[in-house]
Ligand binder design. Structure first.
Ligand code: SF4
Ligand code: ZN
Length: 711
């Protein structure tokens, strides 16, 4: 059979299955029965993107099946056959949606099935920073599980996000591959149709970040081809359905690399039978470049391990976490006096005999990273220090929580057994500081203290005064006190017209880029994503309008946005790209705003979930009344200060409220004299329906109720 014949055979088969499944579902549930995926604002996302049609009930499906069938022309032409591949994608999306009618079909599967909107949004920053350099989709059943597992681990160590479909999931699990979102290896499901959930991720990236209008299929295909760095590896013999699915992937611009003989289409469908070459071949097919830092430690160090948790039963050693004192510090030393790559442990290590009969090794810990370099600035110390959290988390078998003197580190038994010791933390910090901050760090030393007396004494005498001095400097750092703001254009790789303006009191909406971070990045990468805006005089201080900002935004958004205010949610608010930590929206009846964070999955008092609220904005478009922002902005005196500021906040999820309470209370008190403001803010444990929220606000005398009408 020719390639096109195979594609048509597969797509016709899937079309038949789809039609049958729709008929059966309508017969069983009725045409009015709702159909859809959990936690998405985009209906059946592929159909919505391709046609603009919002499928809501089973009765909407037969028309979609009609469109699907019209795409399968059976003409001997590769372009036409790729359309049949898209039809297969639509069919799979419908079949999978129908499987969700009886509850979560993945409840007893090792796969996760549909990927919710908030997860996709959380992937925005690592993808734009190159922290996740690409997306691998693996499908099938391998004749050689060991080499399959080696491929998955290789992708993992290179930081790729890997999606798996079919029996390769069990094969890789049995070979010891760690799986889950936290490990960047995501099992989707056993049925071949579950591959649609990764196609759905790519398509929703175009909706969420790209702001592409539903119905404009060619624009979606161009977006996925140019901006979503994905490819497909198939394992084992290909049947016609897999070939048809592969044609769909090719239509999206994702090359397919098979490990068996296939009729090759250069750049689109290729064979690489040697598993030892699969990774390199695949990365080259998509021109994905990997930056590796070789670090001499006995475990893997990769960003893919960042989310790994160390639980009690796998834990070998623990530092901090209210059990012992644990702090970390980056400080600047004298270049001439330092010895690069000097790593010192002062005190016992985790294999010391004194722990021989202990279940868990607990030690106090103090980490001092001393850096020096001609371009190093004192202000960058906090930027580097914050990276200790990420660098330590990259270690396979280590977990790092918190920062400064509330740091908390755990190490696994597995890491210990592989030979991991405390000096290796020093090795990792050294190597990453040198690699990631090469322009400012010429020399780096790491000293690790584990004697209780040292940790206590240095913590009091050296560390705390430095923190206090920094806090004072940071507190004095306001939008008024600096001459320059910074742009951040990192997200333009996904949201081409989005520009963040980062100021001392307004960090990037992803929460990952503060004004100091932007300043340091400018130093590290002079032509990079963060460029200074020389502020000049404000046109309107209340709204936060500067000619300089307008000019830069107009230029960097290629004219898509011409005017922006920094302090208003209603008048020309800053755009959102899609990866914001929180979304803020107006609750008119409460004369205030609610804030929902990405992790919160329930419905908010305005009747929408985070995902639904988030879909109201994004893609670099200005949407008055909605604003994506970082967690840290809640506590900034510039938070929508044009509309009354922090006192307008009437509702937040409890976890978020507790997280920000201290800064929020302090800021509101300083601005209005109101004490314990966080207690006046409603949360889901108190109320989520509008009336009850209002009752609560009234009982607390919430200040928003007496403010000028917000709208
Ligand atoms: Fe994206 Fe803005 Fe964060 Fe930069 S600051 S990474 S543009 S969200
Ligand atoms: Zn973004």
């Amino acid at each position: 059979m020719s390639l096109t014949d195979l594609i048509y055979a597969g797509s016709n088969a899937v079309a038949g299955l789809t039609e049958g499944a729709v008929d059966d579902a309508i017969a069983k549930y009725g045409a009015d029965h709702a159909v859809g995926y959990p936690d998405t604002a985009y209906f059946l996302p592929i159909i919505y993107a391709a046609t603009g049609v919002k499928i809501k009930t089973l009765g909407d499906l037969p028309a979609a099946v009609g469109i699907l069938k019209s795409l399968i022309t059976n003409k001997e032409d590769l372009g036409e056959a790729l359309n049949a591949g898209l039809a297969t994608a639509v069919g799979a999306e419908i079949i999978e949606a129908i499987r969700y009618l009886d509850g979560d079909p993945y409840a007893n599967d090792s796969g996760i099935g549909f990927v919710a909107d908030p997860i996709i949004r959380s992937l925005g920053v690592p993808l734009v920073t190159g922290d996740i350099p690409g997306i691998a989709v693996l499908l099938g059943e391998s004749s050689d599980p060991a080499s399959l597992a080696a491929i998955v681990k290789d992708y993992q160590e290179k930081g790729l996000l890997t999606f798996m479909v079919g029996n390769i999931i069990e094969q890789a699990l049995e070979a010891g591959v760690k799986m889950g979102l936290d490990y960047r290896v995501i099992p989707l499901g056993h049925e071949v149709t579950s591959v649609i959930h990764v196609v759905s991720v790519a398509i929703r990236a175009a909706l969420i970040f790209g702001g592409i209008e539903p119905g404009k299929l060619p624009e979606f295909l161009a977006y996925t081809k140019e901006r979503v760095p994905a490819f497909v590896n198939t394992f084992g013999e290909l049947n016609e359905v897999i070939v048809a699915v592969g044609a769909g992937a090719i239509a999206l611009g994702f090359p397919v690399i098979a490990d068996v003989e296939v009729p090759e289409v250069p750049g689109a469908l290729m064979t690489q039978a040697d598993h030892a070459k699969t990774v390199e071949f695949s990365l080259e097919s998509r021109e994905i470049k990997i930056k590796v830092t070789k670090i001499d430690v006995p475990v893997s160090v990769a960003s893919a391990f960042e989310g790994e948790r160390v639980r009690k039963d796998t834990m070998f050693a623990e530092f901090g976490g209210n059990k012992t004192e644990c702090w970390e510090l980056v400080t600047t030393g004298e270049l001439a006096e330092m010895e690069d790559h000097k790593i010192t442990l002062i005190g016992p290590d985790i294999d010391d005999v004194m722990f021989a009969d202990k279940d868990v090794v607990r030690l106090p810990l103090g980490i001092v990273v001393t850096v020096a370099g001609k371009a190093m600035q004192k202000d960058f110390e906090t930027v580097l220090e914050r990276r200790i959290h990420y660098f330590t988390n990259y270690i396979e078998g280590a977990m790092h929580v918190g920062q400064r003197n509330i740091a908390w580190i755990r190490l696994t038994k597995e890491a210990f057994e592989k030979g991991f010791r405390l000096k290796h933390i020093g090795e990792v910090l050294y190597a990453k500081m040198r690699a990631d901050f090469d322009k400012v760090v010429d020399k780096c030393e790491v000293t690790i203290y584990t004697n209780e007396a040292d940790v206590a004494r240095l913590g009091e005498e050296m560390v705390k005064p430095i923190y206090a001095e920094r806090d004072e400097r940071m507190g004095a750092l306001t939008d008024e006190s600096v001459d320059e703001f910074y742009t951040c254009l990192l997200c333009q790789s996904f949201a081409p017209s989005h520009v963040c303006i980062v100021t001392p009191e307004r960090l990037g909406l992803c929460g990952a880029v503060s004004w100091l971070d932007a300043k340091a990045t400018k130093e590290l990468d002079p032509t990079g994503p963060n460029q200074p805006i020389v502020k000049g005089t404000a046109v309107d201080e209340r709204l936060g309008i500067w000619d300089s900002c307008n000019e830069v935004v107009a230029r960097d958004s290629q004219g898509a946005v011409e005017r922006v205010t920094l302090y208003s949610i209603l008048e020309d608010p800053m755009t959102s790209c899609g990866c914001f930590e929180c979304i803020c929206g107006i609750m008119p009846e409460a004369n205030g705003v609610i804030i929902v964070n990405r992790e919160f999955s329930q419905t908010s008092p305005v009747g929408m979930t985070f995902g639904e609220l988030a879909s109201m904005t994004g893609g670099g478009v200005q949407t008055p009344g909605f604003m994506g922002h970082g967690r840290f902005l809640i506590g900034s005196k510039k938070f929508m200060s044009a509309e009354g500021g922090l006192s307008r906040i009437v509702w937040m999820p409890k976890e978020l409220k507790d997280d920000v309470a201290e800064r929020l209370n302090k800021a509101v008190f300083e601005m209005t004299g109101v004490e314990n403001f966080a207690d006046m803010v409603c949360d889901e444990t108190i109320a989520t329906d509008s009336e009850a929220v209002l009752e609560f606000l009234e009982s607390k005398g919430h200040p928003a109720l007496d403010m000028d009408p917000i709208m």
